[in-house]
Design a protein around this ligand. Structure first.
Ligand code: SF4
Ligand code: SF4
Length: 304
């Protein structure tokens, strides 16, 4: 359909296409005659959602080859589809969180986040008990010798996997979208790095790779998903995906598994007998910035 959005995305794609053609032509001239077949194939690659199974298989194979070359070890890139009748949801028990940040670092390891500069998809905010939930004056960089501090409480934040995600609407090239299981994903090969989504997200959940992400070989998680934790290049945006490489295979996200006090709960919102539904039905639930109608699938509650 020739909507204004499509026209806009065509414009951006054409501009990028011309830029890439010039780059490839320059490289071709500089190297005499050495043709980089992978670079050419990448150039003609379409958006993940438009690829045929054959195109997808050859794209995945190309990425596995590239990663193997870069890290000198085997890297698996999967494209696990969403399951039917699954809508993922997350619940966080604020009264249990002790602010240890184990979730932050488990997420970094699992999802191949850059170590230098550091990128953290999860942030734990420290707040004064006396003031209650006060995002404006929360401290994301607290450095206490011991946690939890008597007069503080801790409030982890990450992508809220909105049902009505403003980040998706803001992307001019359709590089980010909501999957049928509710996870908002990014095609890193399609992202043009304009950062519209970073600005549109009211939760500060999106992170831009200003420099080449640094990921030491011995810290690489080689079990990756195309739309999830595969290593990202410089100049693209990334964020939490509820560990879709795990969730779609029936495992808990790394942050849920590592939390020493069981503050993190995860499951299928469509399962009436599931833990998440139990929490939603039996606790008073808070969602962040409800007035924006983003409809997060990330819920906060107090069990104690
Ligand atoms: S929290 Fe931000 S990045 Fe995540 S889905 Fe909502 S708007 Fe998008
Ligand atoms: S691991 Fe659990 S207790 Fe520690 S900061 Fe994260 S949510 Fe809180």
């Amino acid at each position: 359909m020739n909507t204004p959005e499509n026209k806009q995305s065509e414009k951006v794609n054409r501009r990028d296409a011309i830029k890439t053609l010039f780059t490839l032509a320059a490289a071709y001239t500089a190297t005499g005659c050495k043709r980089d077949a992978d670079a050419l194939r990448s150039f003609f690659q379409t958006n993940f959602r438009e690829m045929s199974p054959e195109q997808l298989a050859s794209t995945v194979e190309r990425w596995e080859r590239r990663y193997e070359k870069r890290f000198d070890r085997e890297v698996k890139v999967s494209t696990t589809p969403p399951q039917e009748d699954v809508l993922f949801g997350y619940a966080l028990d604020v009264s249990r969180c002790i602010g240890c940040r184990r979730c932050v670092y488990a997420c970094v390891e699992e999802n191949n986040q850059s170590r230098d500069p550091q990128i953290h998809w999860i942030q734990v905010l420290e707040m004064d008990k006396a003031k209650g939930i006060d995002l404006m004056h929360a401290d994301a960089y607290y450095d206490a010798e011991e946690v939890p501090q008597e007069d503080k409480f801790y409030f982890p934040v990450q992508c809220q996997q909105c049902e009505n995600p403003p980040c998706v609407k803001s992307c001019p090239v359709g590089a980010t979208w909501k999957e049928p299981d509710g996870i908002v994903v990014i095609d890193y090969d399609w992202c043009v790095g304009c950062r519209c989504c970073v600005t549109a997200c009211p939760y500060g959940a999106r992170h831009f790779n200003w420099t080449k992400p640094s990921l030491p070989v011995n810290q690489l998680n080689p079990d990756t998903e195309y739309l999830g934790n595969r290593p990202r290049p410089q100049g693209v945006v990334e964020k939490c995906t509820f560990c879709l490489q795990r969730a779609r295979k029936g495992r808990y996200p790394a942050c849920v598994e590592v939390c020493p006090v069981g503050a993190r709960k995860f499951g299928n919102l469509l399962d009436p007998k599931g833990e998440i539904r139990y929490i939603l039905e039996n606790h008073r639930i808070y969602i962040l910035k409800e007035e924006l109608n983003t409809q997060p699938k990330f819920f906060y509650y107090f069990s104690i």
